[in-house]
Design a protein around this ligand. Structure first.
Ligand SMILES: [Zn+2]
Length: 524
């Protein structure tokens, strides 16, 4: 059922349209006219030459402005530029940035053309959603944002790093926290079942909490229990996500979908088939993806067996000091390292230890005259660093990308170039160079499809009546510039970005505006 705010807003938008239509015959005046660009409207339709008019926070005109006698207070010359709906990123780790006085503009995303981010993914984020959103609301944010209530945070609030199952009473308390998060504005429940302590949960435990989020209209977002061959395996993990969606009766996003490691390379075909089968049987399951062959995580998450993390860091230290346990631990770490592709595939990307930053694990082990897993364990015990883990094939990436139900997401984390480069990289490499997607397809999967999946009403498409999240980029220069060596280089080519009708990037420069809003999920 549409919410009352949605109905009221639609009525207001309809009234504005009628007014606009009435004026168009005489003369329509808009605040901003983006004139002469090649419009790719997000629906998948081919590019067409059109002018976009904006009044307040809405798009109020789309067409030939001079033929329709449209006048404007400000005209932005978009000749030679592609004009598109602002991109929506369905999996980020930008909550910290949005809460940070110096980073709340979310500039790394604005420069990619991203006007909306979803965060608290992977089961993370605060348990107190009301506080998080109130702070963004009062202090201002550069992009729109929507949040999940994180299963991991909820579980940890009751059980810490324990591998125990919750008691009935604890499960009830967890339910209460999910309800509170949903009531405060969360769009659904996120999980990161690969990570401790979430890995200790059973499917039934997750379903119990997912049902609570579903009853509040939420969706389910998951970093799968296994994207590789660590535990249950990729295929079983996909089936688990689908089962959760079916039993909790809610849509499912499989986040940063991939086939991680040689053991599962080529399984993209099976994953896609399973998703299509589930869709045909009535489960709304979709995915999101970033266009890099390296994932980004921590060294510990990559190599430690989950049993070693039970009880937290101090317990790990005790285990590592016990000779028998240490031998078992190193043995399993060796197997996990093989799974990932070996020590040369792990690059340390974020750490306070400058002696290892930017180096690969094989080089560090050589320097220290020890084995890669011994070196890794020593490093993890001093403070777990971020790594780029090169573990995907281009063939699997391309197969996922061409599916219409797989949208773009950055999974942006510090140290990995995807945080600054994902969306322009799709355009530069996958549209203009490799022709894996057409431009209308790439735009649709970065805007309209995502808005529809997540229930962001009146966003994701360029059309009168929609919110004015609009971007204009130069097709000749739009590109990612961030690399594994320099992950924080801002993307190139994004000339204009408007968030809710406010110009936040003008001629490639940030204007200082904080025009983002907190978005909720609205489903009919
Ligand atoms: Zn994740």
């Amino acid at each position: 059922m549409p919410s009352t705010t949605s109905l009221a807003r639609r009525a207001a938008a309809a009234a504005a349209l009628l007014l606009a239509a009435g004026r168009a015959s005489a003369q329509q005046h808009v605040d901003i006219l983006i004139a002469g660009g090649s419009v790719v409207d997000g629906t998948g339709s081919p590019a067409r030459r059109a002018d976009v008019g904006i009044t307040g926070d809405h798009i109020t005109f789309l067409g030939d402005a001079s033929a329709s006698h449209v006048t404007a207070t400000r005209t932005i010359d978009a000749h030679g530029l592609v004009v598109a709906p602002g991109f929506i990123d369905s999996h980020t780790h930008s909550a910290g940035d949005l809460s940070n006085a110096k980073r709340k503009s979310n500039l790394d995303y604005l420069m990619q053309g991203v006007t909306t981010v979803i965060t608290n993914n992977d089961g993370g984020g605060p348990v107190d959603i009301a506080k998080q959103l109130a702070s963004w609301h009062s202090k201002g944010i550069g992009t729109n944002a929507a949040v999940f209530i994180g299963f991991g945070s909820v579980r940890q609030a009751l059980l810490g790093m324990s591998a125990n199952a919750p008691t009935a009473q604890q499960l009830d308390s967890m339910r209460t926290l999910v309800v509170r998060g949903m009531d405060a504005g969360a769009i659904g429940l996120s999980t990161g079942l690969f990570y401790a302590p979430q890995s200790y949960s059973t499917t039934d435990e997750v379903i119990a909490l997912a049902k609570v989020a579903a009853a509040k209209g939420g969706l389910y977002d998951t970093h799968l229990r296994d994207e590789s061959s660590y535990a249950v395996g990729l295929i079983a993990a996909v089936n688990e996500a689908i089962r959760i969606g079916r039993e909790a009766r809610m849509p499912v996003q499989i986040s940063h979908i991939k086939a991680l490691g040689a053991d599962v390379w080529g399984q993209s075909d099976t994953v896609i088939a399973l998703m299509k089968q589930a869709q045909a049987s009535g489960v709304s399951v979709f995915g999101c993806q970033y266009p890099y062959t390296a994932s980004g995580t921590s060294l510990g998450a990559s190599l430690l067996p989950r049993w070693a993390e039970t009880g937290g860091h101090d317990s790990l230290r005790v285990r590592a000091a016990d000779p028998a346990t240490r031998t078992k631990l190193l043995g399993e770490m060796t197997e996990n390292l093989r799974r990932r592709g070996g020590a040369s595939t792990l690059l340390i990307t974020s750490t306070r230890d400058s002696s290892i930053l930017g180096k690969r694990l094989d080089a560090i082990a050589r320097e220290r005259n020890t084995t890669p897993v011994e070196a890794a364990l020593a490093i993890i015990l001093r403070g777990d660093p971020g790594v780029a883990s090169f573990n995907m094939t281009d063939a699997d990436i391309d197969k996922f990308m061409v599916q219409p139900f797989i949208v773009t997401c950055s999974d942006g984390s510090d140290g990995h170039p995807r945080k600054y480069g994902t969306f322009p990289r799709i355009l530069r490499q996958y549209v203009y160079e490799k022709h894996v997607l057409t431009l209308p397809q790439a735009v649709e999967r970065s805007s309209a499809t995502t808005a529809k999946d997540f229930g962001f009403k009146d966003r994701g498409v360029l059309a009168p009546g929609e919110f004015a999240d609009v971007i204009a980029f130069d097709p000749a220069t739009v590109a990612d510039r961030s690399t594994y060596e320099q992950p924080t280089l801002l993307a190139a080519g994004m000339k204009y970005v408007l968030v809710n009708g406010v110009v936040v990037i003008a001629d490639g420069n940030y204007t200082g505006a904080l025009a983002g809003r907190v978005l909720r999920r609205e489903v009919d």
